[in-house]
Design a protein around this ligand. Structure first.
Ligand code: PSU
Ligand code: MN
Length: 305
């Protein structure tokens, strides 16, 4: 099997791909822009351990020294976790980071691109980007949505965050032809909360059924990705009503501070973390673990087909 010349693989990831064994891609923006050091590195390693327990090999993705790294060793993970001027990469700036040798972490969009280049079909994250509130005037819509339309990777998330305009986010996904699956639920989750108030367009209850739908999409030549929304475990959730106040406050503060462009999502998430006194971080860790476990089961089911 030939490997893309701009991808550099960790040995265990290369071996698994070679043998057709299950692999799960993981993003790195959450490490560089989502959590402080050292919790970011600890969480990243814990999430990788969950993927392994589920019978798949984890491949955390980042850009370093002109290459896409698919699977990070201890030195690379530590470097990424401590670094300060890390670029937050999406489709628009991935090539720049590679050509200029910059250190970059990958968002959902960039991780999907890199996973697909690397031959990985399943990817676990926390929450996807989406349509921001006020997008009618700011036009701020995450490139994650376009990427789901184009790149054939199955993304397991806990929904989109309440900092976004959730109804518009799911409208756009429908327009773009992206299947949105509620895993075991009839109502889509909203990241920190299990009930996002929007009916799930498709409900599937087991990993094999998800793998079967992905295979049918490929057989039909439809292209693009699939979004699986896996609700946060009940014991870790922060109810939507409680989050609403924190989100409103964070949005007002962001407007006052004049935050724009790529800074918007990390800034809002950081502010919510302060406002919840760290509780949102605990919820964040719980849902990523749960998504990693489900992604491993989906990758195993896909490899078994
Ligand atoms: N949502 C989260 N945590 C995150 C992100 C989103 O709950 O860390 C990150 C992801 O990497 C996502 C990116 O792809 O933010 C979206 O950023 P933007 O809105 O600038 O496209
Ligand atoms: Mn944006």
């Amino acid at each position: 099997m030939t490997r893309h010349p701009l991808c550099q693989f960790a040995p265990d990831v290369a071996a698994a791909l070679e043998a057709g064994r299950p692999v799960v891609a993981l993003e790195s923006t959450i490490i560089t822009h989502g959590m402080p050091f050292p919790q970011n590195v600890e969480t990243a390693r814990m999430v990788e351990a969950v993927v392994r327990e589920g019978g798949a090999v984890p491949a955390t993705i980042a850009v370093m020294d002109g290459l896409i790294r698919v699977g990070l060793g201890d030195a690379e993970m530590d470097r990424l976790g401590r670094a300060r001027d890390v670029l937050k990469l999406s489709r628009a700036d991935l090539a720049y980071a590679v050509s200029a040798g910059r250190l970059g972490s990958t968002t959902v969009a960039a991780t999907m691109i890199c996973a697909h280049l690397a031959g990985i079909g399943v990817f676990a994250t926390g929450g996807i980007g989406g349509v921001h509130r006020g997008a009618g005037s700011t036009f701020d819509i995450s490139a994650d949505l376009q990427e789901l339309a184009h790149t054939p990777v199955t993304v397991i998330c806990a929904g989109a965050k309440a900092i976004l305009d959730l109804p518009k986010t799911f409208e756009v996904l429908e327009t773009l032809g992206v299947p949105v699956v509620g895993y075991g639920v009839d109502v889509l989750p909203a990241f920190w909360s299990r009930d996002g108030g929007i009916p799930a367009p498709i409900r599937l209850d087991d990993p094999a059924a998800i793998a079967a739908m992905v295979a049918a999409r490929r057989a039909l030549g439809l292209g693009g990705g699939v979004l699986v929304a896996n609700p946060i475990p009940a014991e870790a959730e922060i109810p939507a009503a409680e989050m609403a106040g924190h989100v409103a406050r964070a949005l007002a503060d962001a407007e006052k501070a004049g935050v724009s462009a790529k800074q918007v999502t990390p800034w809002l998430l950081g502010r919510v973390l302060e406002l919840t006194g760290g509780r949102s971080l605990e919820a964040n860790i719980a849902l990523i673990r749960s998504n990693a476990a489900l992604a491993a089961r989906i990758a195993v089911a896909a490899a078994d087909r």
